[in-house]
Design a protein around this ligand. Structure first.
Ligand code: GLY
Length: 251
């Protein structure tokens, strides 16, 4: 049976230069980041995913945040035109790997899009209008899917998925103070104001940031299993659990 694939990229020696809103107070410990990244990979493998791990790309400090390079829909992957200049070269080496498994298309350069701004649910796709993603991206994505593509204003935080994650069964985990929530009202909410808002659901298992025990309890009450993963060094650079992989479900 075809397995779900996770594409990841290890942090390199330049990871402590990753873009961050809080680096001055909290320098990144690269050794610790590498160990945390290995644990993240182990968690994905234990869930049953095939993990394709790319070597570090030292010229791109933010390269471990692979999610931002690519959006994956059921039958197609889309290369993201990233707005942030220092991140623009991250895509090609990972796209080369992804193309071996699924058709890839490019979005027009007038669209600015980070994958962290795309929340895909069964019925709809939500796109964060953030410092990295513009309305043109909403229109461009809509050409590749039959689902409605809905813009959501990001009020605080880097990306839409910094503040909201979809678990399945119509349930989201979210920080309602950081995004415009009107279009998310039809979901059942698990509210948080911390790192739990970015969690990674794979089937019935939810990876959640270490220490988010209250939110993990609430997620389990909804019938999911949870597994805490320590990614504190990546959180210092505004990253979360979804940022560290591109998940390709084999159908
Ligand atoms: N540090 C993650 C980003 O700025 O994209």
């Amino acid at each position: 049976m075809a397995k779900t694939i996770a594409f990841v990229r290890s942090p390199g020696p330049s990871f402590n230069e990753a873009i961050s809103s809080n680096l001055k107070n909290q320098p990144i410990d690269i050794k610790r980041a590498c160990l945390q990244h290995e644990s993240y990979i182990s968690a994905l493998k234990e869930i049953g995913l095939d993990v394709i791990s790319l070597p570090s790309a030292d010229e791109y400090p933010d390269a471990p945040f692979v999610e931002d390079t690519t959006v994956v829909f059921d039958h197609i992957a889309l290369a993201c035109p990233n707005k942030e200049k220092s991140r623009r070269g991250e895509g090609p080496s990972i796209h080369k790997e992804i193309k071996k498994h699924i058709t890839m298309k490019a979005l027009p350069p007038s669209a600015n899009l980070d994958g962290g701004d795309v929340l895909n649910t069964e019925e709809k796709i939500f796109v964060g209008i953030s410092s990295r993603t513009n309305l043109e991206a909403v229109n461009s994505l809509a050409k590749f899917t039959t689902k409605p593509v809905i813009p959501v204003k990001v009020i605080r935080g880097l990306h839409l998925k910094t503040s909201v994650s979809y678990l399945g069964n119509n349930i989201i985990v979210l920080d309602p103070s950081s995004i415009e929530t009107t279009s998310l009202r039809t979901f059942k909410w698990i509210e948080t104001n911390g790192h739990a808002a970015n969690c990674l659901a794979i089937g019935n298992i939810v990876l959640i940031s270490k220490g988010c025990t209250e939110e993990a309890d609430k997620i389990r009450l909804k019938g999911f299993k949870t597994r805490e993963v320590d990614i504190s060094e990546f959180e210092k650079a505004d990253g979360g659990l979804t940022c560290l992989s591109i998940i390709l479900k084999k159908i």
